[in-house]
Design a protein around this ligand. Structure first.
Ligand code: HEC
Length: 381
């Protein structure tokens, strides 16, 4: 399995770098994730008491004027609140102190309590993204564009999981992968969808053998153990009960050919059992043909197989309401089966993947990489 390591190391981060991202959306998420929202309101005429000035109307498309105190000289100044002013505000907030524009503190400087956000916490792209987001907080004719597309840059994605080449990520398109996971045979095909749904199609039985919400796959064991140890479901995976699956075609059991990972009993029976392998093969008379990708890059692939002389095509998906949809084409006949399963609740993906890349992503773990961000003591009241 050594040959697998190299392509994975280079492939996984590359799958995110350069991926399209909406900076406005990224900015909004980052604004919340790194704590800006704790101190700054984002709405017009917000009366809630926050430590910092409200940011609605501060960055219109054409820069406006702003009164500040320059701390070096202790002078009051009027500056243009352009992108440079914004950058100074976050990188070196103590250098220019904003003066309140609204009652009851109107005319008074704010306390110099904003923590500096160095590039190590907030890279250029994320800082720029926040600025794009702040530009949308304006009245109609002054408002910045609601969508600004760019390519994801290095350092914008959190280091932890995205640099872990053993975690197989799903971003904006469905991924199909071969791996060895307990509960399915070694020939199983794994599907990871942007919705957060993952499942295995097992050619041993021509059924969906396993499904889960959350992280797709983690290949750590397989890579570390030179392929001896099975891999696992991805980070924070939650398995879905598929009890009562409909029987879609004549029952197929090719276990003798391809036992479950870790199922020593079947393996032993095959080796020492009475049944003749070729005989079993003829009785089963079924064959996995392969899969085809969907036209919708976020959609489900179709699995093709044959039982006897009949060809089948199976597509599987679980929708947000927890309904598992099986679409089977037998020859030219189509049939649908729907089964109630577990709904997604809070789907978790190794993060932060901006929601423009992967819908319904819970972005919480992003804050984890900022735990060493300490606020100045003056603020810890
Ligand atoms: C601990 C509270 C706190 C946090 C967290 C904080 N700020 Fe501030 N911010 C302030 C205070 C107080 C001021 C006013 C004093 C000053 O200008 O430094 C300010 C000033 C600003 C200004 C200038 C405002 C104006 O009206 O001219 C901007 C822009 C700004 N912050 C953006 C941000 C962004 C973006 C973040 C997150 C990356 C952030 N702040 C996080 C408290 C905070």
């Amino acid at each position: 399995m050594r040959y697998k390591i190299l392509p994975l190391l280079s492939l996984v981060p590359a799958s995110l770098l350069g991926a399209p991202v909406d900076l406005v959306q990224l900015g909004k998420e980052t604004f919340n994730a790194v704590g800006c929202a704790e101190c700054h309101s984002e709405t017009k005429n917000d009366t809630s008491v926050k430590t910092g000035p409200g940011l609605y109307g501060l960055f219109p498309t054409t820069a406006r004027k702003r009164d500040i105190i320059e701390t070096g000289e202790n002078h009051k100044h009027t500056v243009t609140a352009d992108f440079t002013y914004y950058q100074k505000s976050i990188r070196n907030p103590g250098s220019e102190i904003a003066i309140s524009e609204v009652a009851p503190t109107k005319g008074e400087p704010f306390l110099p309590v904003m923590p500096a956000y160095p590039v190590a916490f907030l890279n250029e792209q994320k800082a720029t993204a926040i600025h794009h987001y702040l530009q949308t907080l304006n009245d109609d004719e002054l408002r910045g564009p609601s969508k600004v597309m760019a390519e994801l840059e290095e350092g914008t994605v959190a280091k932890d999981i995205h640099q872990d080449p053993t975690e197989i990520l799903v971003t904006d398109r469905t991924r199909v992968f071969r791996a060895r996971i307990p509960g399915s045979s070694a020939r199983a095909v794994y599907v990871g969808m942007p919705s957060g749904l993952n499942y295995a199609f097992d050619p041993r039985t021509m059924t969906i053998s396993k499904a889960w919400w959350g992280g797709f796959l983690n290949l750590k064991n397989e890579m570390a153990g030179r392929g001896n140890n099975p891999s696992a479901m991805g980070n924070q995976a939650r398995e879905i009960t598929l009890a009562g699956q409909p029987e879609l075609s004549p029952k197929v059991d090719l276990s003798f050919k391809s036992p479950l990972i870790g199922d020593g009993e079947t393996i032993a029976k095959n080796l020492w059992g009475d049944a003749d392998f070729l005989e079993q093969l003829t009785t089963a008379n079924a064959q996995f043909i392969g899969y085809t990708y969907p036209t919708d890059p976020k959609g489900s692939p179709t699995f093709h197989y044959r039982v006897g002389k009949t060809k089948y095509a199976l597509t599987f998906n679980i929708t947000e309401d927890g309904m598992a949809h099986y679409n089977l084409t037998k020859g030219s006949e189509m049939s649908k089966s729907i089964l109630k399963t577990d709904p997604p609740e809070n789907v978790w993906r190794p993060n932060p993947i901006p929601s423009t890349l992967s819908q319904k992503v819970a972005l919480t773990p992003m804050a984890v990489s900022y735990t060493h961000l300490t606020l100045p003591t003056i603020y810890s009241v």
